[in-house]
Design a protein around this ligand. Structure first.
Ligand SMILES: C[S@@+](CC[C@H](N)C(=O)[O-])C[C@H]1O[C@@H](n2cnc3c(N)ncnc32)[C@H](O)[C@@H]1O
Length: 288
């Protein structure tokens, strides 16, 4: 570290990365996507963005952030994509899926059951939802719509493609693999692809949970919002939960991640099962 330059400036493996740069990054990603980065994430931020500094041929983080803020070289999107954490897996938190199947089969509304997977990452979660629904109805064309969205355009493209390394499905039951996946051949050996019938059950779209305008989404009977609220502070969580409460149809379900609880929003949601919520008060919630 060159102390003369600044007491907080740091050269890490090559690029000057100051505390001011880190704070600027924290503010940019918080304002845009609600992601709240703690001081302990500084090294992670460095290693994820250093690749972008290199790719854009910027000399240091200060210069790189000017590119981001002016969206030069369309760097804004890559900046956001680099800062999201996308860990996921097929049938993660498996206790949710039998409940989803039961709920879907009990649906009596005139409109098809509408499911929104709001932080879909690379697609394992929406495909697990689609497999559950296809099994429950014994059909790839059930009276159900599934929308999968994410703020990260890279993972969304991967989700839509539906191609995974074989090890991603190793823990799945052989009959699930047989019914829902195609094995890669030739150049694609070692990869699997979800069957096109399953892909057709899902509409993929870019959506930022921090967007003010949710009018294009329509009402939902089921919302999956798992393992993303942990990146948001309580204020942001509450803002999103208010919008969920407003768009969830009566008797609708909200599925949350294993370490997410909404004790601060008991006026909106009450617990229905292990990390599954329903509207606390149908009348109030829908008139927020
Ligand atoms: C850890 S993954 C969880 C994926 C999946 N829901 C699961 O539980 O396996 C979190 C996902 O949330 C997405 N995300 C982060 N901030 C978001 C926002 N503001 N709007 C929509 N998606 C967001 C990330 O891009 C990432 O793909």
């Amino acid at each position: 570290m060159d102390e003369k330059l600044s007491p907080t400036a740091k050269y890490q493996r090559g690029y000057l990365f100051t505390e001011a740069d880190f704070q600027r990054i924290c503010k940019l990603i918080y304002d845009y996507a609600g992601i709240s980065l703690k001081a302990t994430k500084r090294d992670m931020v460095y290693s994820r963005l250093a690749k972008r500094v290199r790719a854009t041929k910027a000399d240091n983080f200060h210069e790189y952030l000017a590119l981001v803020e002016n969206n030069q070289l369309q760097e804004w999107e890559s900046f956001v994509n680099a800062l999201t954490t996308n860990l996921t897996s097929f049938f993660r938190e498996p206790h949710h899926f039998p409940l989803l199947a039961e709920h879907a089969l009990q649906h009596t509304g005139k409109a098809p059951l509408s499911i929104w997977c709001s932080a879909a990452s690379t697609g394992e979660e929406p495909y697990s939802i689609a497999m559950t629904i296809a099994d429950a109805f014994g059909s790839f064309t059930p009276p159900v719509t599934i929308v999968a969205s994410d703020v990260d355009t890279n993972v969304l493209a991967k989700a839509e493609e539906g191609i995974y390394p074989h090890e991603r499905i190793e823990k799945l039951a052989p009959d699930i693999v047989k019914r829902f996946f195609l094995k890669g051949t030739g150049k694609q050996v070692g990869m699997v692809k979800v069957r096109p019938e399953l892909q057709k059950m899902i509409s993929f779209r870019h959506f930022n949970l921090l967007d003010e305008d949710w009018s294009t989404l329509g009402a939902s009977d089921v919302i999956f919002c798992r393992n993303v609220m942990i990146y948001f502070d309580k204020k942001t969580q509450l803002k999103i939960l208010e919008k969920f409460a407003h768009m969830l149809r009566p008797a609708g379900l909200l599925f949350a991640g294993h370490s997410e609880s909404f004790h601060h929003a008991t006026h909106l949601f009450k617990i229905r099962g292990k990390t599954v919520y329903e509207l606390a008060n149908l009348y109030d919630a829908r008139h927020l």
